[in-house]
Design a protein around this ligand. Structure first.
Ligand code: ADP
Length: 776
C-alpha cells in the first residue's frame, strides 16, 4: 500500500523495491534536528543541517564538540540517564536547549542502535497543561467507547473515527493484512467530497521488508510535510568518510521519492501510520492522511500510539471471540448433520437438504455430492462435465481423506476454465473404495471482493488517462496476484469436513452394528425354528404312519363290509396322509439343512452335474424324446459341499425339465467368469475365480412372470396346480436357495414369460449379492 516510507516499484524492480534500504536514506525531515553522538562524553559526530535553524549554530560549530556544548547540565544529565536504560526504542525527554532566543524546551528522542547513539530534537511550541489534560481525556473516552463494541467491523470503524477526532487528519483508514501479507482497506473515515478507498486491495510487495519489520515492532511513522525539502546529515570526512547512518529507529527519517510521489498522487501531503500488532504479528495498519502539511506534537503522536496499542490489544480478544463464535456455529452445523444423517432413511437427502447446510459447513459457495454415478450440484459450481472430470482426477490423484487448496489450477490446470466458481477446492473422500466424495468450491477472490462502489473507477487518474503511481496501480498488481485464487480454507473448516466424514462413518458403523445384532437374533430364532420344525415333523411322522397303516388295514380287513363310497373315502384318506408324509419329509429335510454342518471338498462340478443329469434322465425313461442338455465348456472345480450342491443342481435341472411344454426341451448349464460378468454389464461378484463364478441353468420352458421372481423361492410356493407339470411340493427352490446361502452365495432368476428361464447362483458374495451385481 506504499504507505509511509514504502516506495512503489516505480523505477525499481519489485524485488529491489521489496528489499529497498529505507533506513540508509541519509536525509531527515526538516521539522527537527538529528545528532549522532559518540563516546562517554557524547561527542557530536554527525548532525543535520537544521541545527542552524533551531539552535542557531552551524554544523561546523558543533561537530566533534561534546553534547554539553548545546545542552544545559540538567538536560545533559537527563540524556545520560536515559541512555543507561534500555534504549532499543526511542525514549522521550523534555529538554531545555540553548537557542539564539535563549533556553527553549524541545521534545528529545534518544535511542541507541548497536554503537550508534541518536538524539532527535523537535521544538515544543506552545503547549498548555490544559491541552495535555484534554488530550488524556480524549484518549480515555475513546478507549471507553471502543471497549463497549463487540463486533469487529463496527469496532474498527469506531477506531478510525476516534483516531480522526483525536488528530484531526482528513482521512483515517485501517488496512488489514491477509495470510499472504496482502492488505485491504476495512474501515475508513474520509472527507465527504473525496473518493473512498474502502474495499481496495494491495499486494504484499507494496511494503518493503524493512518497513514491515519496523511496523511489526510496533513503530509509528510520522511525516509532517512530504513537500518540505529534506535535510542532509553532515559529518567530517576525516579520518574516513562515514558510512550512511542507520535511521531505522529515527523519528525524523527522510522519505523515499517513490513514497512521496505515491502520496502526492493521492493528494496527500502529511501522514501518520500506527501499526496494529496482534499476537506479535502485524495484523494491520491505521493510516491517517492529510491534504495539507500537518504537524503533530509529540504528546499527540504518543497518545495515538497508545490508542493504536489499545485497538490491537482489543482486537485479540474480539477476533478470538469472533473466531470462537464461527467455530461454534460450524460445530452446531456438524451436530445438525449427525442428527439428520442418523435419523434419515436416505443418506443423500440428509446430506443435501436443506441446501445451504452443506455449504455453511465449510463456508463454501458451491458443492458437489458424488455417490457413485449419482452427482448432485448445489450453489455456484463448475458444470456437471467439469465436476465429473475433477472427480476422476480426485479419485486417482488424491490419497488423503481431506484435500484442500486455495489455487486449484496449481494442481489441476484444467481448473482455470472454471476459476470463477472453483478456484478453491476442498475434497472429502467418504470412502476409499467407493466413489463417495463431497467437493466444496470457492470462487476466485476477485469475484467476492466488496468493491464498495468499485474502487477501480474511483481512483485518481491523470487528465490524459495515464496510470499513476498510486492505489490504482497497486490494486491492479494485487489483482494479478490473486488470479485463480480463492480465500484459503480455515483450519476450523477443514476440521468440519473431517468431522462430517467421521459422523458418516460412525453412523454407518452403528447401523452395521445394529444390523449385525439383528442378524444374530435372527439366526438364533431361525435355529430355534429349525429345531422346532425338526422336532415337530419328526414327531408327526409316527402318528401319520399309524394313520396310513390303520387306514390300509381297514380297507384290507373290512373293505368288503363297507360300501363303495366308504372304501373310496378311506383311499383318499390314505392318499392325503401320504402326501402329508411327503410334506413332513421335506420339512424335515429343510430344517436339517439349517442345522447340519457343511462338508467342504474340492469338487469337480463337471462330474457332479453329469451325475445329476444321469439320475434325472434315468427317472424319465419311457418319455418320447431325450432332452438336449448342453454344457458349453467344462465346469470348474470348486470347494463346496458335494451332496448339497448336487441337490441344488438336481432341483434346478429337474425344474427345467418339468416346467416346459416342449417335446424336446433345450437346457444349458454353464458359468460366467468375473470378466464375463463385467462384460454383461454387472459388477463382478468377486475377482476370485473359479469361486467368484456365476453358475447358471437355462431352459426354454414356460418361463416365470417377473412378479414371481422372488415368490418362487418361498416354502411351499407353487405357481401351478398340484398335479400340473408333474406335480411338486413347492419346496425345491426353497431348499436350493438355502443350500446356496449356506455356502455364502445367492440365487436369482431371469426369465421372459413363455420363452424360458435362467437360474443364476454364486457360491460367495452374500445372500443378496445379485442386487449389487445387477445394480451396475
Ligand atoms: P416345485 O417342487 O413345485 O417344483 P419349486 O420350489 O422347485 O417347487 O418351484 C416353485 C415354483 O416355481 C414352481 O411351482 C414353478 O411354478 C416355478 N418354477 C420353478 N422352476 C421353474 C422353471 N424352470 N420354469 C418355470 N417355472 C419354474
Amino acid at each position: 500500500m506504499r504507505q509511509p516510507n514504502s516506495s512503489p516499484t516505480h523505477g525499481r524492480q519489485p524485488q529491489e523495491h521489496e528489499n529497498y534500504p529505507v533506513h540508509l536514506i541519509g536525509r531527515i525531515q526538516p521539522h527537527g534536528v538529528l545528532m549522532e553522538l559518540h563516546g562517554a562524553e557524547l561527542h557530536i559526530v554527525r548532525v543535520s543541517q537544521t541545527i542552524q535553524n533551531y539552535l542557531g549554530a552551524s554544523p561546523a560549530d558543533v561537530l566533534n564538540q561534546p553534547l554539553s556544548a548545546v545542552l544545559d547540565p540538567i538536560a545533559l544529565a537527563a540524556v545520560q540517564q536515559s541512555l543507561s536504560h534500555d534504549t532499543n526504542r526511542p525514549s522521550h525527554l523534555t529538554l531545555s536547549v540553548s537557542t539564539p532566543e535563549g533556553m527553549k524546551p524541545f521534545d528529545g528522542l534518544i535511542h541507541q542502535l548497536n554503537e550508534q547513539i541518536i538524539l532527535e530534537l523537535e521544538p515544543v511550541g506552545d503547549r498548555s497543561t490544559a491541552e495535555m489534560v484534554a488530550l488524556h481525556d480524549s484518549v480515555r473516552q475513546a478507549i471507553a467507547r471502543l471497549r463497549q463494541i463487540q463486533d469487529v467491523t463496527t469496532f474498527l470503524q469506531a477506531a478510525v473515527e476516534e483516531m480522526q477526532s483525536l488528530t484531526g487528519y482528513d482521512r483515517v483508514v485501517i488496512y488489514q493484512f491477509d495470510e499472504k501479507k496482502a492488505g485491504s482497506v476495512v474501515a475508513e473515515v474520509k472527507p465527504f467530497d473525496d473518493i473512498a478507498y474502502k474495499g481496495l486491495h494491495y499486494p504484499a510487495t507494496d511494503i518493503p521488508k524493512l518497513v514491515r519489520q519496523l511496523y511489526q515492532r510496533g513503530m509509528i511513522r510520522y511525516v509532517a510535510n512530504l513537500t518540505a525539502p529534506q535535510v542532509e546529515l553532515v559529518a567530517p570526512d576525516l579520518p574516513l568518510p562515514k558510512a550512511p547512518l542507520n535511521l531505522t529507529l529515527s523519528t525524523l527519517r527522510g522519505v523515499d521519492s517513490c513514497c512521496i510521489e505515491y502520496h502526492q498522487n493521492m493528494g496527500v501531503m502529511a501522514f501518520l501510520v500506527i501499526a496494529l500488532v496482534k499476537s506479535e504479528q502485524l495484523w494491520g495498519l491505521m493510516a491517517c492522511h492529510h491534504r495539507t502539511e500537518k504537524y503533530l506534537a509529540y504528546p499527540v503522536r504518543s497518545a495515538c500510539e497508545i490508542l493504536g496499542q489499545f485497538v490491537a490489544a482489543e482486537l485479540v480478544s474480539k477476533v478470538n471471540e469472533e473466531e470462537l463464535g464461527y467455530f461454534n456455529r460450524l460445530k452446531a452445523i456438524q451436530s445438525d448433520f449427525v442428527t439428520a444423517i442418523a435419523g434419515a432413511e436416505d443418506f443423500k437427502e440428509a446430506l443435501i437438504h436443506p441446501e445451504p447446510r452443506l455449504l455453511d459447513l465449510v463456508n463454501a459457495h458451491g458443492t458437489a455430492v458424488c455417490l457413485d454415478q449419482d452427482i448432485t450440484l448445489i450453489g455456484n459450481t463448475p458444470t456437471l462435465d467439469q465436476v465429473r472430470a475433477l472427480l476422476d482426477w480426485s479419485m486417482t490423484e488424491i490419497d488423503q481423506t481431506v484435500f484442500h487448496t486455495d489455487c486449484l489450477s496449481n494442481h489441476y490446470p484444467a481448473a482455470l476454465a472454471f476459476k470463477e466458481s472453483g478456484s478453491g477446492l476442498l475434497v472429502l473422500k467418504i470412502s476409499q473404495l467407493r466413489r463417495y466424495l463431497v467437493l466444496w468450491f470457492r470462487p476466485e477472490i476477485l469475484q467476492t471482493v466488496n468493491w464498495a462502489g468499485d474502487p477501480r473507477s474511483s481512483i485518481h487518474e491523470t487528465q490524459d488517462g495515464q496510470v499513476l503511481l498510486g492505489p490504482r496501480t497497486s490494486f491492479r498488481q494485487w489483482q494479478e496476484t490473486v488470479e485463480a485464487t480463492a480465500l484459503p480454507w480455515k483450519a476450523a473448516e477443514i476440521e468440519s469436513a473431517e468431522n462430517l466424514k467421521n459422523a458418516i462413518v460412525g453412523i454407518v458403523l452403528n447401523k452395521a452394528d445394529e444390523l449385525a445384532q439383528i442378524n444374530l437374533e435372527l439366526e438364533r430364532r431361525n435355529q430355534e425354528l429349525d429345531s422346532f420344525a425338526y422336532a415337530a415333523s419328526h414327531d408327526l411322522k409316527e402318528p401319520l404312519r399309524g394313520i396310513i397303516n390303520f387306514a390300509n388295514i381297514i380297507i384290507k380287513r373290512y373293505g368288503e363290509s363297507l360300501d363303495e363310497a366308504g372304501v373310496r373315502r378311506l383311499r383318499t384318506l390314505v392318499k392325503l396322509a401320504q402326501r402329508m408324509d411327503t410334506l413332513v419329509d421335506t420339512l424335515l429335510k429343510f430344517s436339517r439343512l439349517g442345522q447340519a454342518d457343511l462338508h467342504y471338498r474340492q469338487t469337480d462340478l463337471q462330474v457332479l452335474v453329469q451325475k445329476a443329469i444321469d439320475v434325472l434322465l434315468t427317472g424319465r425313461e419311457g418319455d418320447d424324446l431325450e432332452p438336449q442338455i448342453d454344457i458349453p465348456r467344462p465346469l470348474p472345480t470348486v470347494d463346496c459341499d458335494q451332496v448339497l450342491i448336487s441337490e441344488a443342481f438336481g432341483n434346478l435341472l429337474g425344474n427345467a425339465l418339468k416346467y416346459t411344454d416342449k417335446a424336446q426341451p433345450l437346457i444349458e448349464i454353464g458359468y460366467l467368469t468375473p470378466e464375463e460378468q463385467r462384460n454383461k454389464g454387472w459388477r463382478e461378484i468377486s475377482q476370485d475365480y473359479p469361486l467368484g463364478a456365476v453358475f447358471y441353468v437355462k431352459d426354454d420352458g414356460i418361463g416365470i412372470r417377473e412378479r414371481h421372481f422372488q415368490n418362487i423361492f418361498r416354502l411351499f410356493k407353487r405357481l401351478h396346480e398340484q398335479e400340473s407339470y408333474g406335480g411338486g411340493t413347492g419346496v425345491g427352490l426353497t431348499i436350493t436357495k438355502r443350500i446356496i446361502e449356506r455356502h455364502g452365495g445367492c440365487i436369482w432368476v431371469e426369465s421372459t414369460f413363455g420363452e424360458g428361464a435362467t437360474f443364476y447362483f454364486t457360491l460367495l458374495g452374500g445372500s443378496d449379492c445379485f442386487s449389487q451385481a445387477l445394480a451396475e
